[in-house]
Design a protein around this ligand. Structure first.
Ligand code: GLY
Length: 528
């Protein structure tokens, strides 16, 4: 079964499974297909994380997060008065060195079964022959008109005469088809050393961007140990740094475990209060401690140490909100931590893949590389351009996530796999920027603590708290009574707080796989 945010990509993955491909093969096909059919976030110009668990219990995590180019520097996005500029968000200088093609190739080389070219082919076909724009893709292109209009190639491809595309219109991307054909034939070598690399480097130099041919040549996807923890009698396998997601989620789960918070019921004021208090504490630690583990020491063990957790838990008042200003981050070191897309695959043998990848903002930095047809990321904004000030998602981050050449920016992407009694149970993840971590955790808890089926768990309204700003953002669906009770406890509450991550999930139960697509956006779960 496959669940992804765009139906054509789901179908491409199911076709690979039907033809005898394994979960990794299907994931490669879905990721390439999304780079064509879901230009909002699917990509070859960005990066992400792939988490796999195989039927024999082995796990793998491939980090293909973008890196800062060699020419990047600590203060590169500050103006003369020390204020952050918008250069980390829009235009050529916002791009980190893309990792997607290398990451998918590494996954395929290590774990794939089908020929590489066969897995890229559906994407080539979608790009060359076109596909019909769904309502949501047409709408999202339209909503990004201001960004895409600034760059001639993006304007030509996505906006035609400068106007919005219609639902049902065919989007044909011949330049992207050519790029994908070269990748199908030559593999990642084309993207990092071949014609695509050379043309990207020339375009960068001509437009004031930083990525050079040497940056592309030296980019490596990295295999890391997935982060593993426990919640009650479930195993949680999730993303290690440079994602903050796995560490923060395990920290929050550890804060909740044993409190009995779930007794008040899903969506109640008391449960929401507990969740928010766990969130504010974990996000305060995230801001201080998390960064690229190849550059800074991230005290993962300290943040998850039972004594550290117990100390932090004791600061939660069951009846009153703790103001974020009095929290700060803990001292974990003494103990020795929206726009993205996610999909899950489980094959017939029980191998599972949870993959989140991204351009960061929707349509990335807005730049489509002339002649190559793909959009570039604005992942440099996931660094702390000025430690202590908020980024695109309003997240405050510390010196651990400051810019350095070749460093990976901190991420919130949280691809996760849950096991029960040592067997595959859930495969889950989400887009949604800094809200991903809270969204993924709540869907897991809705199943584990509140007994929901997987679709109910995904549909249930979610909350978000990220330490600062000090407020609970609620999706629609919480009762006015709950909001009033939370306010009475001293929380600032925004009942129209927007979506909290578009979580996609698969759940294995009694030999059946249940798929849940996030009803807040488009997508499709399908099996065979
Ligand atoms: N760009 C969003 C994230 O990596 O968290």
């Amino acid at each position: 079964m496959v669940v992804a945010q765009e139906p054509n990509a789901t179908d491409a993955g199911v076709a690979v499974l039907k033809a005898g491909g394994n979960a990794v093969d299907a994931a490669v096909a879905v990721a390439f297909a999304l780079s064509v059919t879901h230009p909002f976030a699917g990509n070859i110009g960005g990066g992400g994380f792939l988490l796999a668990r195989f039927a024999d219990g082995r796990t793998a995590f491939i980090d293909f997060r973008e890196t800062a180019p060699a020419g990047a520097s600590h203060d590169m996005y500050l103006d003369a008065s020390g204020k952050p500029t918008r250069d980390s968000l829009v235009g050529w200088r916002a791009a980190g060195v893309p990792g997607t093609v290398r990451g998918l190739e590494l996954a395929h080389k290590k774990f794939g079964r089908k020929p590489w070219a066969e897995l890229v082919q559906p994407a080539v076909d979608f790009a060359a022959n076109g596909f019909e724009l769904s309502y949501s893709t047409a709408k999202s292109i339209c909503a990004s008109t201001k960004l895409l209009n600034q760059f001639p190639e993006s304007k030509r491809i996505f906006l035609k005469a400068g106007g919005c595309p219609e639902t049902g219109e065919k989007l044909i991307q011949p330049e992207l088809a050519e790029t994908l054909r070269r990748i199908a034939g030559e593999g990642a070598k084309d993207f990092y050393e071949g014609e695509t690399a050379r043309r990207l480097a020339v375009a960068m130099a001509a437009n004031g961007g930083l990525i050079t041919l040497e940056d592309l040549k030296s980019y490596r996807a990295v295999e890391r140990q997935p982060l593993e923890g426990k919640y009650k009698n479930y195993g949680i396998i999730t993303a290690p740094p440079p994602s903050s997601g796995g560490v923060a989620m395990l920290e929050m789960m550890a804060l909740l475990e044993g409190t009995g918070y779930e007794k008040a019921g899903a969506g109640s004021a008391s449960t929401t209060h507990y969740l928010a208090e766990a969130m504010r504490r974990a996000y305060a630690d995230r801001a201080e401690f998390l960064g690229d583990p190849d550059f800074v020491h991230v005290p993962v063990k300290g943040l998850l140490n039972p004594r550290y957790i117990a100390g932090l838990r004791s600061t939660i008042d069951v009846k009153r909100a703790t103001p974020s200003d009095v929290i700060g981050h803990g001292d974990a070191t003494v103990f020795e931590t929206n726009e993205t897309t996610h999909f899950n695959v489980i094959d017939a043998e029980g191998n599972a893949v949870s993959l989140t990848y991204t351009l960061n903002g929707g349509y990335g930095n807005g730049v489509t590389v002339p002649g190559l047809g793909f959009l570039l990321n604005n992942e440099m904004d996931d660094f702390a351009a000025k430690p202590g000030t908020p980024n695109l998602f309003g997240l405050i981050q510390g010196e651990a996530n400051a810019i350095m050449p070749h460093k990976r920016p901190l991420s919130s992407m949280t691809p996760t796999i849950v096991t029960r009694d040592g067997k595959l149970f859930m495969v889950v993840g989400a887009p949604g920027g800094g809200r991903i971590i809270n969204g993924v955790m709540q869907v897991i808890l809705n199943v584990l603590d509140f007994g929901m089926d997987v679709q109910q768990a995904v549909d249930q309204p979610r909350l978000h708290h990220q330490w600062k700003p000090d407020k609970i953002s609620l999706e629609r669906g919480f009762s006015p009574d709950t909001v009033a009770l939370l306010r009475g406890m001293g929380h600032e509450v925004d009942p129209e707080g927007g979506g909290v991550a578009s979580v996609e999930a698969l759940l294995v139960d009694g030999g059946w796989i249940q798929g849940a697509q996030n009803g807040r956006s488009t997508g499709k779960a399908a099996g065979y």
